[in-house]
Design a protein around this ligand. Structure first.
Ligand code: ATP
Ligand code: MG
Length: 330
């Protein structure tokens, strides 16, 4: 394999990343970094504006905090490129060109568009940019011509459009500027789409997350209130672990989850005990990341992001030159 470049990112809709972001994507980034891949770890502030355009300053502040979470999770800025999307102007330029050649029907069919559109309410509030979300994501990816893109399952429809746009571009302008990339989605279904404390998908924009940087007490409080089997009112009532958020986290983090699940089903363990044990394993798992995060200050992260923008721009600008050449834009 000659190309060992990897691109992935997170929206800065919130200052903190959650364990779903970690399990779905960030954990793979750290593994790929260890395997010697050239990682491009982006904070997608422009993507956050599709739903938070009224709070642009907050989106920008959040971006710095998210970059700190990358470092806390084990991304090493001397090996990997950590940057903010809007610092690399080529993203905006290629987005405009791709938006000219992407059929509207491809975008209207995307399930996440339909969901986000409904979340935003009145049609007058829904911005033009929201529909173009997968186009911008395609730009993010193709500018770096990566071997693969490690993301959670919810991103699969966007990744498909991205490869379709790459093929369409090459065909329209008669040059193989872009090559297909691989989707790197965790095989473990729980990791690919981690449920939130309320059993919907864990999402920064829902209030249903355990954040990487939550304190141990905050984690305990959240798990105490998490969704369990609604019909299990007392210890002896049988539980249904498949539908219980606490049992889902036990499955991921507890070495003896099979026994714990069986006891839940058999009514020989209560939800309180599961919550207590779940809190212990989750806090244990997150402890090293929380320690590392405390060591990253504001000045350090600005330096990392400045260096990252410079390294990302080098690659993005080279791709942009090829695009202009293929399209004959002089
Ligand atoms: P938002 O609500 O703003 O969309 P989000 O929590 O969905 O936030 P994103 O920034 O959209 O996070 O996604 C960042 C990465 O985390 C993507 O690769 C996405 O697939 C992954 N991801 C997000 N939520 C989960 C989840 N619950 N389980 C697994 N992966 C997830
Ligand atoms: Mg999302």
């Amino acid at each position: 394999m000659t190309n060992k470049r990897i691109l992935s990112g997170m929206r800065s809709t919130n200052p903190r990343l959650h364990i779903g972001n970690y399990e779905g994507a960030l954990r793979n980034w750290v593994d790929l970094q260890a395997q010697g891949f050239d990682m491009f770890c982006m904070v997608a502030d422009l993507h956050a504006l599709t739903t938070m355009y009224e709070n642009s300053r907050e989106v920008s502040d959040n971006a710095r905090e998210i970059a700190k979470d990358y470092i806390a999770a084990g991304i090493d800025p001397s090996k990997s490129v950590v940057f903010i999307q809007s610092h690399v102007r080529e993203h905006s330029e290629l987005h405009l060109l791709f938006s000219m050649m992407t059929p509207l029907g491809w975008l209207e069919r995307v399930p996440t568009y339909k969901e986000k559109k409904d979340d935003m309410g009145a049609a007058e509030r829904e911005p033009y940019g929201l529909l173009g979300y997968p186009v911008l994501q395609t730009v993010d990816i193709l500018l770096y011509k990566p071997y693969g893109v490690p993301v959670g399952r919810d991103q699969a429809p966007h990744l498909e459009i991205g490869n379709d746009i790459a093929i369409r571009f090459n065909r329209l302008y008669g040059k193989e500027v872009f090559q297909p990339y691989k989707y790197m989605i965790p095989e473990d279904e729980n990791r690919a789409k981690l449920p939130g404390l309320d059993m919907r998908k864990m999402s920064k924009s829902y209030d249903n997350c355990i954040y990487l940087s939550d304190s141990e007490d905050e984690t305990a409080e959240k798990i105490k209130k998490a969704f369990t089997t609604p019909t299990k009112l007392k210890k002896t009532d049988p539980g249904i672990p498949e539908g219980c958020a606490v049992c889902q986290y036990l499955k991921l983090y507890s070495p003896n989850w099979e026994e714990q699940w069986q006891e839940d089903r058999d009514g020989i363990r209560g939800c309180m005990q599961s919550k207590k044990e779940c809190t212990e394993v989750v806090n244990e798992y997150l402890r090293p990341m929380r320690e590392r995060r405390k060591a990253v200050d504001d000045a350090t992260i600005e330096d990392i992001l400045e260096d990252g923008a410079r390294r990302a721009t080098e690659v993005a600008a080279a791709t942009m030159a090829e695009v202009r050449e293929a399209m004959g834009l002089r």
